[in-house]
Design a protein around this ligand. Structure first.
Ligand code: SF4
Length: 669
């Protein structure tokens, strides 16, 4: 195994100034200087990840082939003093969508990688047999992972820590779902946290890379320690005094269940409804009252939204889990009509251990349950399972068959709802609730218009976290005024209003790109409590790194990152035609809660969104002048050539998933 080192001095603090390039095919490991222009133009995290994909992974590349790359990246704030700067990003071409993909996780892995002396790792190629990467400061080795292969995430982490005599070893690893190339496999980080979306775990599996194990003993340099400490202390203090602090601290994201229910924004029965009869049984309040063991926090987080829960009696007594989020309570609860909280805790444990994204897993199963309900999937095709709504035992068994790709149905659903729909045909695409191949998370664009827009404009397929519009979720007028002034009230904070939502979503996407590239968590101070905004983030980056930075420069960086991700998708033939929601959201008025009678008005919001973005209204492609303004003008020639040559359309035709059904409402057929 070869380990080459080539270094120059890096001019900014906050960064380690080095990164690793690991070729799994040859075993060659290089330690390289971080290019300064990457940091100055794209910060870190998924900004630099997008730049590497753009430069190095051609749109023709199969996401599960050795030619795809997996980028594991921290940002300049990660491991520092700011609140909740724990995040590590995983970026690759997504096996689920076939386009740009990323996922991130908190915990302690990101800071540990920085303390080991690396801003990021780029994995290339494919190992001949299972391996893991061991990093302890300058010691970087690919090691045999044969005895880890086939293990669940919990066991694999224990074996790695015990085998290396280091209980503090921080890990990022895959379970059996990643090994089996399930297209919505997750990467589990330090066992409790999960980089779950985009099928990023299957990319690790395709490379025969079971785990990354990291220990770092160095610190991170701060450019102006006194000034940075002052910014960090101010924001820690503001977060603790935020009006939502106590609720998020007590209930985590699970507290959203009770808030979303009356809005009609709690997806139920594969989005047939927006409220769930029996939601109290799976609420954050019930979880805390009946199952809480203790609160847990990621690195440098004053919020501690994570919880450890256990089941004390009954069939699942002893089942203990953490990271049981709102998204999971919905996708594996209301989404499949499951009111049994201990069973839901158990299902979460199965997904965490096998390494499945609970959102996509729940939505893909609710898709299958609806196919059975509508008679599209016959009893014979269910491989002996009684796939009735709410049948927890059958759902657990289906999760297992998906994770292990066992049986025809398990193997089919391991492809995700949109691919399974294409393979099945027979009108199955009408019930696959996705955007660009990724299953829709636990919001309903009929009940929160901005979220419907965010789902379609996300660069990684259906997603709530790119724009993460929270100001109009339950209405947050004080924050709306702080950010935008009072001229946009009351519509801006009204979840059912469409006015100003294009502004909200674009601003959230650009700020989110900066957050994901800096190392912050969105559930903490940046989005949910909204205490950290453009000016604060610029102050934090400037004092941490010494890089000249203000809100105006940071806004350009955020917009640049988001546009580059969009351009990468355009190379794959993604255009306005793909910025759509399934028929259920745009044609069937919501039957639930405050949203009753409402549909998602993409027809109103999207044109304004494209105009604000500087994207062509007819195609949704970023205009040449927009890219030039953002300093990535060279991207427009490549995009133009891909469209003109027909390459983009050819790639789009082979992405493998059935487009969301947008024809006449199924009820009218
Ligand atoms: S808010 Fe929650 S997810 Fe975010 S850093 Fe804190 S504990 Fe981790």
């Amino acid at each position: 195994m070869e380990h080459a080192v080539a270094m120059t001095q890096f001019p900014y603090a906050g960064y380690a100034g080095k990164y690793l390039r690991v070729n799994l095919t040859t075993g060659r490991i290089e330690t390289l200087s971080l290019p300064v222009e990457w940091a100055e133009n794209f910060l870190g995290g998924n900004g630099i990840g997008a730049k590497i994909l753009w430069d190095e992974v051609a749109p023709q590349v199969d996401p599960l082939s050795p030619d795809n790359k997996l980028i594991v990246a921290t940002g300049p704030l990660c491991g520092g003093l700011m609140p909740n700067v724990s995040r590590v990003e995983f970026i690759a071409k997504s096996p689920l969508t076939g386009i740009y993909g990323d996922a991130n996780a908190g915990g302690h892995f990101g800071p540990e990688l920085k303390y080991a002396g690396y801003d990021l790792i780029v994995f290339e190629g494919r190992a001949a047999a299972p391996v893991y990467l061991y990093v302890r400061d300058d010691q970087v080795e690919l090691r045999d992972a044969t005895r880890l292969w086939g293990k669940g995430c919990e066991d694999a982490e224990k074996i790695l820590q015990q085998g290396n005599h280091d209980p503090e070893l921080k890990t990022a690893l895959i379970g059996q779902a990643g090994e089996n190339l399930v297209r919505f496999a997750a990467i589990t980080v330090s066992y409790r946290r999960h980089a779950a979306r985009s099928g990023i775990g299957a990319v690790m599996g395709s490379k025969n890379l079971k785990a990354i194990a990291v220990r770092g003993t160095r610190g991170v340099r701060i450019a102006d320690p006194e000034a940075h400490r002052a910014v960090a202390l101010r924001l820690h203090d503001q977060i603790r005094r935020n009006e939502f602090f106590e609720g998020v601290h007590r209930f985590g994201t699970a507290g959203l269940v009770s808030l979303m229910q009356p809005m009609g924004r709690f997806p139920t029965k594969n989005f047939q409804h927006g409220s769930f009869d029996g939601f109290e049984r799976i609420s954050g309040e019930t979880l805390r009252e009946e199952h809480l063991v203790r609160d847990v926090a990621c690195y440098s987080c004053p919020v501690g939204c994570d919880k450890v829960y256990t089941v004390t009696a009954g069939e699942f007594a002893g089942a203990t889990t953490s990271s049981l989020e709102y998204e999971t309570l919905n996708a594996l609860g209301a989404g499949v009509m499951n009111r049994d909280l201990p069973a839901l805790i158990h299902a979460n444990i199965l997904c965490d251990d096998w390494g499945l994204d609970t959102i996509s897993a729940g939505r893909t199963i609710s898709f299958a349950l609806e196919l059975v309900e509508k008679g599209i999937l016959s009893a014979r095709e269910c491989d002996g399972l009684d796939l009735a709504w709410g049948n927890c035992r059958a759902i657990d068994e289906l999760l297992r068959r998906i994770a292990f790709r066992e049986g025809d149905l398990g193997n089919l659903l391991a492809e995700g709802a949109a691919r399974a729909a294409k393979i099945l045909g027979r009108g199955a695409e009408r019930y696959a609730m996705h955007v660009k191949g990724q299953e829709i998370p636990s919001q309903d664009g009929r009940a929160q218009q901005s979220m419907g827009l965010a789902h379609v404009t996300s660069t990684r397929g259906a997603d709530h976290l790119k724009a993460f519009p929270v100001i109009d979720e339950t209405g947050y007028p004080s924050e709306a005024v702080r950010r935008y002034g009072d001229q946009y009230l009351p519509e801006l904070v009204d979840p059912l209003a469409t006015r100003y939502k294009a502004m909200l979503v674009k601003d959230g996407e650009d700020f989110g790109a900066v957050v994901d590239s800096s190392g912050n968590c969105k559930s903490g101070g940046t989005f949910v409590m909204a205490e950290v905004y453009w000016g604060d983030q610029a102050d934090a980056i400037r004092t941490m790194t010494g890089m000249p930075m203000d809100a105006a420069r940071l806004k350009i960086i955020g917009e640049r990152i988001y546009n580059l991700q969009r351009c990468y998708n355009v190379l794959h033939g993604i255009t306005r035609v793909d910025d759509v929601l399934p028929w259920r959201f745009t044609q069937i008025p919501s039957p639930s809660g405050n949203a009753k009678g409402s549909v998602c008005r993409l027809d109103v919001m999207l044109p304004e969104y494209y105009a604000r973005r500087g994207w062509d209204d007819a195609s949704g492609v970023p205009r040449a002048e927009t890219l030039a303004r953002l300093g990535i003008g060279e991207a427009s020639a490549r995009v133009r050539d891909a469209i003109a040559s027909g390459d983009a359309a050819r790639i789009r035709a082979n992405l493998g998933w059935a487009a969301p059904y947008t024809g006449r409402a199924v009820d009218e057929l």
